[in-house]
Design a protein around this ligand. Structure first.
Ligand code: GLY
Length: 375
């Protein structure tokens, strides 16, 4: 039995290292073929096309992957590329048009700061976090989405870590209040009793009253969009890591339990668990995010049995995602790393394609398993 566990562990490590090596190959092709281009999703497996973006939120995922490959290879060429792609996005630290500055600066400038200890890098991260705080609606107590003042997105839970971080770095009590209140409002209005989540909440901007749940990328307002739930699972874990408010840990675990109970044994959900007979069986980016978030949860939960369960399930997801059905290693001409992702099904954007955030969180989870980055 001990031998079998050890063999399984060795097999997974080898699969994860092979996937990281393949990702390096794909990223080399991407940065050489399309210099200074920030892709979002592929079309027929190709990164560069004229497809609509909908919103401008993916620029951190390329630099973030370059940092992870640098950690994997220790080859300074990757570090130079990572620094270059970081510099290209620095101006976004004051961007008030999107709710995604955590996605933009945490995988990039925060990794750069962690590696160097250079406080000028930290200043960029902190400024981005402070910019995010400007989205707060006192009436309603949430950070508004890019769509409108009345709109709260579950996705913003992935961008709350940088707000907590900026608040702690600057000892800004008001920013800390904003971060905490946003999490509490999201928990109250978008996370349901069964641990499923809604994509969007609509508020009355005059009174702050919560009006209804709705969606853009899920099947319908009362359904469970898989990526949104994965954002919530990971994001509430991050909120707990900063605040130590056990309500946030409980919420992350409720989302984790919903994911695990509703997903087939291979660990990859469809775009929305409630869509009857889904047209496509997989949304691999949700699975990659969940794997990385579950690895975090395995270290955040105080319960040894649950820690082992979350880690085991994360490894099961990665076992599936490192097979050629998902890893594009046997798909000639495909430019992404992970196939079968989904961006916006209703708009027909990035449907059954590679997506930059899917590749990023996949690499992040792989890097955690092989011990190259902390959980
Ligand atoms: N805009 C975030 C997402 O598509 O998940």
């Amino acid at each position: 039995m001990v031998t079998s566990v050890a063999t399984d562990h060795t097999r997974m490590l080898e699969k994860c290292k092979t996937a990281l090596g393949f990702a390096a190959h794909q990223l080399n092709h991407l940065t050489q073929s399309y210099p200074e281009f920030f892709p979002m999703y592929t079309v027929n497996g190709k990164w560069k096309h004229g497809g609509e973006a909908w919103t401008n939120w993916c620029e951190g995922f390329l630099g973030g992957q370059l940092w992870l490959i640098y950690r994997h290879t220790q080859d300074t060429t990757w570090r130079e590329r990572a620094e270059h792609y970081c510099r290209l996005i620095e101006h976004r630290k004051t961007d008030r048009n999107v709710h995604d500055l955590g996605f933009t600066f945490w995988p990039t400038w925060k990794r750069w700061y962690d590696l160097t200890g250079d406080t000028t890098k930290n200043d960029v991260v902190v400024e981005a976090g402070r910019t995010m705080g400007l989205r707060f609606k006192e009436k309603g107590q949430y950070l508004r989405s890019f769509v409108a003042d009345e709109s709260l997105f579950i996705d913003i839970m992935m961008n709350i870590g940088i707000v907590f971080y900026a608040a702690q770095q600057t000892a800004d009590a008001n920013l800390l209040r904003i971060a905490n209140q946003h999490c509490l409002t999201t928990r109250r209005t978008l996370v349901r009793g069964d641990g499923s989540t809604s994509h969007e909440g609509i508020f009355d901007t005059q009174t702050g009253e919560f009006l209804r749940q709705t969606t853009h990328q899920g099947w319908r307002g009362d359904s469970a969009w898989a990526r949104g739930l994965a954002w919530s699972l990971y994001g509430f874990g991050t909120a707990y890591s900063f605040s130590r408010d056990v309500r946030f840990l409980n919420t992350a675990e409720a989302c984790a339990n919903f994911y695990i109970e509703h997903t087939p044994a291979h660990g990859v959900p469809p775009n929305d668990w409630d869509e009857p007979n889904p047209a496509l069986p997989y949304e691999s980016s949700a699975a990659a995010i969940a794997a990385s978030g579950l690895l975090n949860l395995s270290q955040l939960t105080g319960d040894a049995a649950r820690a082992s369960f979350y880690k085991g399930y994360a490894l099961r997801i990665l076992d599936t995602l490192t097979e050629p059905e998902f890893l594009a290693i046997d798909t000639p001409g495909w430019e992404g790393v992970l196939k079968h992702g989904m961006y916006h099904q209703r708009k027909g954007l990035g449907v059954d394609e590679s997506v930059m955030w899917g590749d990023y969180f996949y690499l992040e989870a792989l890097s955690k398993v092989v011990g190259e980055i902390d959980f």
